[in-house]
Write a protein of this length. Structure first.
Length: 419
């Protein structure tokens, strides 16, 4: 049952020395405010990183060639070599964990190499397979992406990035079926898109002219050469193990020494993202340690002010004990005073912190596209706010334990004899 008189008494006790109570409460207020802002900023950094890689398969690895560093099967070291189409066939047949496999070719980007009518721009050219869209997802604006028919029929078609479209076409103009010239060869536009991720393999997708892999091999007289290879593992499979399987197959097919680590280079994207995850986990742990430590310092201040309050009210407590007040009544009052002082300061700090984060989040969301601010959704989740509130209440109870114990040590006779 709510006892209004009891809570009025608690409030009167807290505000008896307003200056002292204010500075004590400010420590708790500042601690929860800093914790809220740090949590929101850390969350914003993590969301910003996830936004950068959104649409990119994080369980992928990539392969490229270099000169051999060891002699093998009659070949001298320092030999130049290339991956071939036959390597792709062997990998598909022998690697059970493989989900997507896309060989890639890269073309030059000389000045104004891509032309349509009197409009021209400088853009990279890339040849790949249709399933590369499963590795680097595309937001298709017009038409479609490259398909298997384009590969099998060696069609002279292209899928262009958003920036290529904006450079060569008028706003709102339908590009499908139109012809452009890239590096001196004409292609029919079948689609326009924008990469969802900012992870770049050979350049930004928005600035790319994408050709069917077979078409680019023929148009650039590349024979069966593969410049670069992208592979993605099935769900539940370790990317690192798949990476080693693929390297073993490629080395075997191209007479490369198994221990020659220089001849065939590779990098595992999943390892990079694991490092990012560990980094943000460390940031979260550090934030909680710093924030909780600040709150604990504020709780110590509350405990000190309550000890002073108990000391000043020794005679009052003694009189109450002499009139029959039970120990639980004294303990409850001291704990309630500590909890109220902590809760008011803490929830004001929490509310202000959430308000500041919401304000900056709105400012960031209203910035024009292309800004370099690496923050997204700098707000704290409800469960995090609930956890902060729980810690706040626990600190308030903890701060009242010592003063409550000190109040229990007061003897009625000694208190009444004290001046």
């Amino acid at each position: 049952m709510f006892d209004l008189d009891k809570w009025q008494e608690i409030w009167h006790t807290i505000t008896r020395n307003k200056t002292r109570s204010f500075f004590t409460a400010f420590g708790v207020f500042w601690g929860i405010l800093m914790l809220t802002l740090l949590l929101g900023t850390g969350n914003g950094l993590e969301n910003g990183m996830k936004e950068e890689i959104k649409g990119f398969a994080t369980n992928s690895c990539f392969f490229f060639t270099d000169r051999t560093s060891l002699p093998y099967k009659g070949f001298r070291k320092g030999r130049n070599w290339n991956m071939r189409n036959a390597d792709m066939v062997s990998i598909k047949a022998n690697v059970s964990s493989l989900k997507y496999l896309s060989p890639m070719l890269f073309g030059g980007s000389s000045d104004n190499n891509t032309v349509r009518g009197d409009k021209a721009g400088t853009f990279r050219v890339r040849g790949c397979y249709p399933n590369y869209a499963g590795i680097e997802e595309q937001n298709v604006i017009y038409g479609r992406y490259i398909n298997e028919v384009d590969i099998q029929s060696v069609r002279k078609v292209c899928f262009i990035g958003k920036n290529v479209y904006e450079k060569l076409f008028n706003p709102g103009e339908d590009p499908i079926g139109k012809t452009i010239r890239s590096n001196g060869i004409y292609y029919t536009v079948i689609g326009v898109g924008s990469g969802l991720s900012n992870v770049q393999i050979g350049g930004r997708s928005d600035d790319m002219v994408v050709l069917p892999f077979t078409t680019m091999q023929r148009a650039y007289n590349q024979g069966d050469i593969v410049h670069f290879l992208a592979a993605t593992a099935k769900d539940g499979y370790e990317v690192g193990l798949m990476e080693e399987e693929i390297k073993t197959i490629i080395k075997s097919q191209n007479s490369i020494a198994p221990e020659d680590d220089r001849a065939l280079g590779s990098f595992d994207i999943s390892e990079q993202f694991k490092m990012f995850n560990y980094l943000f986990l460390g940031i979260k742990i550090l934030i909680w340690i710093v924030g909780t430590g600040t709150l604990f310092a504020g709780a110590i201040g509350v405990s000190n002010i309550m000890l002073v309050s108990v000391r000043e009210r020794t005679k009052e407590i003694g009189i109450r004990r002499a009139l029959g007040a039970r120990p639980s009544n004294i303990i409850t009052q001291i704990l309630n005073e500590s909890l109220v002082l902590t809760a008011i300061a803490g929830f004001v700090g929490l509310s202000l912190g959430v308000g500041i984060l919401s304000l900056f989040d709105n400012i960031i969301n209203n910035l024009p596209p292309g800004n370099d601010i690496f923050l997204r959704n700098i707000i704290i989740r409800f469960d995090v706010a609930l956890a902060a509130s729980f810690i706040l209440v626990a600190m308030g109870m903890l701060a009242g334990l010592l003063p409550a114990w000190r109040a229990m040590q007061i003897k009625p006779i000694e208190a009444l004899s004290e001046e």
